[in-house]
Design a protein around this ligand. Structure first.
Ligand code: NAD
Length: 382
């Protein structure tokens, strides 16, 4: 059986999530590629010490160049603050490794373009992280759309809602500061997750009107003082997409301050003959609409058997965040090995770049209070 050795640069929240998924790879049934997390790099010794409990890890280092020079590392998962994406992604590619990069795949459009250019030039296998669509619900939404059962599509709504910033006394971190998180703020944090399915279905916003909000603008700095929070907390993008000959409204919501929501990813597609909606707030429930004698929203309970990759978990058991993250990693490894077949794949570099074109147009729209066309070429600037 083929084996892929993984390195992680940035062992924080997401690095640990990836390590946990690689550590239970045996839960995937008949998966044709083995993986082993062999090397980890982080600057924080406390973070690094957590990885001492991972038996496959051979190298724990604060020097990413040592990780990149490690001959057995084939693929590097980079989960670093956004201001570091471009430098580290490029160095991973130049070291001859394949890359799974975290979103937003560069702090801004220019960074994303340069990462994509390097990936193409160096011929590396590169994908960007976005795990929610690997849950059974989103998979069924995609299936319903592709089946044509919805008739002419009338409207699309998609979003990702957190309340992680609701507490004004939560100390500041890099995610609340433009210099580390980027001018695009919450769009960089949540936007790729929201756009993954629409872009894959060919729904590229043609024009948009953006509403951006900075709601909590100061927080404790964690050292007894106060610090400025200068990122956008919430974004609503009213966009227009072309589906066949029709122009269809698509509303995209990305919110870090959405009272009552913890990590709610949702999508809703309405057509003239049917509709489909799914939200992680009710993990198992797929809702489908039909209109015969009466109008009917029907609930179907989904379980593990709707996951793209089969696992040992019983088909009726409900999946959660660690499960979809593992499915995304499985999709990455399978696609890299040429065995994804007709399954859904991870975000491609072009899709990550396209998401930045959308965010860029949104910044422009809000600054000028105008409806902006989204141009998917390099001449679009803020
Ligand atoms: N896919 C998802 O659902 C999801 C969720 C959260 C965050 N993210 C993304 O993951 C990335 C990381 O976010 P996080 O929440 O894990 O952040 P985090 O702050 O928890 O972890 C980042 C880690 O990077 C380390 N680090 C910082 N600079 C470094 C350097 N120069 N070299 C080595 N290590 C360094 C830090 O010590 C920290 O442990 C971001 O791109 C973020 O947008 C994705």
């Amino acid at each position: 059986m083929k084996k892929v050795n993984i390195g992680i640069i940035g062992g924080g929240l997401m690095g640990k999530e990836a390590a946990s998924a690689f550590g239970r790879w045996f839960a995937l049934n008949d998966f044709p590629v083995q993986v082993a997390l062999t090397a980890v790099c982080d600057l924080n010794p406390e973070v690094l010490s957590w990885y001492e409990a991972v038996p496959s890890v051979e190298l724990i280092t604060t020097d990413y160049k040592e990780l990149l020079a490690h001959p057995s590392v084939d693929v590097v998962y980079v989960a670093l603050p956004h201001n570091l994406h471009q430098k580290y992604y490029l160095e991973v590619l130049e070291a001859g490794k394949d890359l799974l990069g975290e979103k937003p795949f560069g702090i801004d459009l220019q960074a994303a373009l340069e990462i994509k250019e390097a990936a193409d030039r160096l011929g590396r296998f590169v994908r960007c992280s976005s795990e929610m669509p690997f849950l059974p619900g989103p998979q069924r939404v995609i299936e319903e759309v592709i089946s044509g059962r919805l008739g002419q599509i009338i409207e699309i709504k998609a979003g990702f809602l957190h309340s992680s910033d609701l507490d004004p006394n939560k100390p500041i971190n890099w995610k609340r500061q433009t210099q580390f998180c980027g001018e695009i703020g919450v769009m960089g944090d949540l936007g790729m997750h929201v756009l993954h399915v629409p872009l894959r279905l060919g729904w590229k916003p043609k024009r948009l009107y953006a509403q951006l909000q900075k709601i909590i603008t100061e927080r404790p700095d964690g050292k007894g003082g106060r610090a400025v929070c200068d990122t956008w907390n919430n974004a609503i993008l009213n966009t227009q997409v072309e589906i066949g000959a029709e122009e269809v409204p698509m509303t995209l919501e990305m919110k870090r301050i959405a009272p009552g929501e913890t990590n709610t990813w949702y999508i809703e597609v309405l057509g003239t003959k049917g509709g489909v909606k799914y939200s992680t707030k009710d993990t198992k429930a797929l809702w489908t609409f039909s209109c015969e004698k009466e109008q009917l929203w029907q609930r179907t309970d989904l379980g593990f058997k709707g996951m793209p990759f089969s696992t040992i978990t019983g088909g009726i058991f409900e999946p959660g965040f660690p499960d979809c993250f593992m499915q995304m990693l499985a999709a990455y490894v399978a696609e890299r090995a040429g065995v994804l077949n007709d399954r859904f794949g991870c975000v491609m570099p072009q899709e990550a770049v396209d998401s930045h074109y959308v965010f860029n147009a949104a910044l422009k729209s809000f600054a000028k209070h105008t409806v902006e066309n989204v141009y998917y070429h390099q001449n679009q600037t803020v």
